[in-house]
Ligand binder design. Structure first.
Ligand code: FAD
Length: 474
């Protein structure tokens, strides 16, 4: 047990929250998990984080790190025991340095992603990570979940965008690993271990991120398609025609755009009718450092080929940056509009693109057999082989009936993902939502090694306990 007065002594009384003031931090964005904590503490510096973790380690008190609290797997919500101290990175939000010649920036973990993008833009550079939650999620949360988003095709996930880290270890030491080096082979890569560890190994307090040139031209189109097979054929043509300039290829089922239309009537859909006749849509984007004219020529050539090959039924090309933003806004509104269909059972899966169409067909069929009337809400980053394959109750009983059968729905979907060599978590992480499923699908040797890493770096087991790793078999 820790005396609140000791916490006040480290960060100041106003940054130690309890009762109603703590409540917003104790449930997740979707309202699926509600936890409790001894206190929510908002340290303002790496040194304060280190002092707090040392204190918790000495007292054997669990520590739950939290950034923007937009995670979708319940990883930032403590359990209901009320023993944990929740450490929010909200106040650790400075851009420490930007090195234009080295194309890097050092930022603190609590910086909101959009502010980091903006700071890079102000010095004529691009920080390309882009997510629907970018107005609230933080760099620390992006690192802890190895976030992906809509530009992975070209720039990679958060892991590939990061060169160095500063971390407060589970003992309360500070690892000063902020390095702007693209080559550094001096032993084990601890950076890659902490990235994606969801707060279970330590607290990331700052990072050195990679910057890129701002693209000169950007071409965006919304395509109407008859099938996922056609979407994949179009993706292949776009890869061949655009090469490294292909930035995004997002797939959306027609019912997702219908939900956006119902929820946000002010948003204009460019096609007359989103109907069963147009069951799939894709958002295609090329960005280029050559001229606007050259980019548009390449874009229209590939689209022409796709239409001629019969892959694309209809296409709308954005004529301006504003129109391009409006098309992206449709895509980014899907997670919010999805709520209108009721709380969904979410699957964040990745499988080889070549197996995607058969997977969706087989899994839709299996779900209809087991849970007749459920609604499939499917969208995601097809270019990365990553779909958000979500299931809403539709005509299948009520929302609560379906949620009560979540584990059975998971099993139908995840068994099929596993059978085609896929992953049950592409970009959202594991948290508490998929923790137990890891025992079913993860290679046992890999899982045992993960437990050993956890024991080595967090021997007291205080860092975000019972998240990510299922209980050890030995
Ligand atoms: P939190 O939710 O606060 O935390 C997430 C996990 O990271 C928790 O386990 C927490 O303990 C840990 N953590 C947080 N900060 C730290 C730290 N400094 N050190 C160590 N551990 C830490 N995700 C994608 O990948 N791609 C998408 O396209 C995408 N779209 C989304 C759209 C919407 C509308 C929403 C709501 C979410 C979306 N997400 C997406 C999920 C989510 O936004 C990301 O997982 C994001 O990276 C989480 O950041 P956060 O700061 O909110 O982290």
């Amino acid at each position: 047990m820790i005396d609140l007065a000791v916490l006040h002594g480290i960060v100041g009384e106003q940054h130690v929250l309890t009762g109603d003031a703590a409540a917003p931090y104790l449930s997740d964005w979707r309202g699926r998990y509600i936890g409790a904590a001894l206190a929510v503490v908002r340290p303002g510096s790496t040194a304060e984080f280190a002092a707090l973790v040392r204190l918790c380690a000495d007292a054997g008190v669990p520590v739950v790190p939290q950034g923007g609290n937009t995670g979708l797997c319940g990883g930032a919500t403590p359990d209901a025991s009320g023993r944990a101290v929740l450490l929010s990175t909200q106040r650790l939000n400075r851009i420490r340095a930007i090195d234009r010649d080295n194309d890097t920036m050092d930022v603190e973990a609590g910086c909101v992603l959009q502010e980091v993008q903006q700071a890079a833009h102000e010095v004529g550079r691009l920080f390309p990570l882009s997510l629907g939650s970018e107005g609230s999620c933080t760099v620390g949360g992006n690192l802890a979940t190895n976030a992906g988003g809509t530009q992975v095709l070209r720039y990679g996930t958060m892991r590939e965008l990061t060169l160095g880290l500063e971390v407060v270890t589970a003992q309360g030491d500070i690892w000063h690993g902020l390095r702007g080096l693209r080559k550094d082979n001096t032993g084990y890569d601890l950076r890659d271990l902490y990235i994606g560890s969801e707060g279970t190994l330590g607290i990331i307090t700052a990072a050195t991120l990679k910057l890129y040139p701002l693209p000169v031209a950007r071409c965006t189109a919304l395509l109407a398609l008859s099938s996922i097979e056609d979407a994949i054929r179009t993706l292949t043509l776009a890869r061949q025609g655009f090469g490294a300039s292909l930035t995004g290829f997002e797939l959306m089922a027609g019912n997702c755009l219908q939900a956006v239309q119902r929820c946000f009537p002010a948003q204009q859909l460019p096609f007359d009718a989103v109907s069963a006749a147009l069951p799939w849509f894709a958002l295609l984007e090329l960005s280029d450092s050559e001229s606007e004219a050259r980019a548009r020529e390449r874009f229209e050539t590939v689209l022409g080929e796709a239409i001629e090959a019969g892959c694309v039924r209809d296409a709308v090309i954005a004529g301006s940056l504003a129109q391009s933003r409006a098309l992206w806004h449709l895509r980014e509104s899907i997670p919010l509009a999805e709520r209108e269909l009721g709380k969904c059972i979410k699957h964040d899966i990745s499988i080889p693109v070549s197996r995607m169409a058969a997977f969706v067909r087989d899994t839709n069929q299996a779900l209809q057999q087991a849970f007749p009337g459920v609604q499939h809400v499917i969208f995601g980053h097809l270019g990365d082989g990553n779909l958000h394959y979500n299931v809403a109750h539709g005509e299948h009983g009520s929302e609560s009936d379906l949620l009560a059968r979540q584990d059975a729905v998971f099993e139908v979907v995840h068994d099929r993902v596993h059978a085609v060599g896929g992953s049950i978590s592409a970009e959202h992480g594991v948290g508490q939502l998929k923790r137990d499923a890891l025992s079913r699908y993860k290679d046992p040797v890999e899982l045992a090694l993960m437990h050993r890493v956890k024991r080595a770096l967090d021997p007291l087991g205080i860092m975000n306990p019972d998240r990510v790793l299922p209980p050890a078999a030995i």
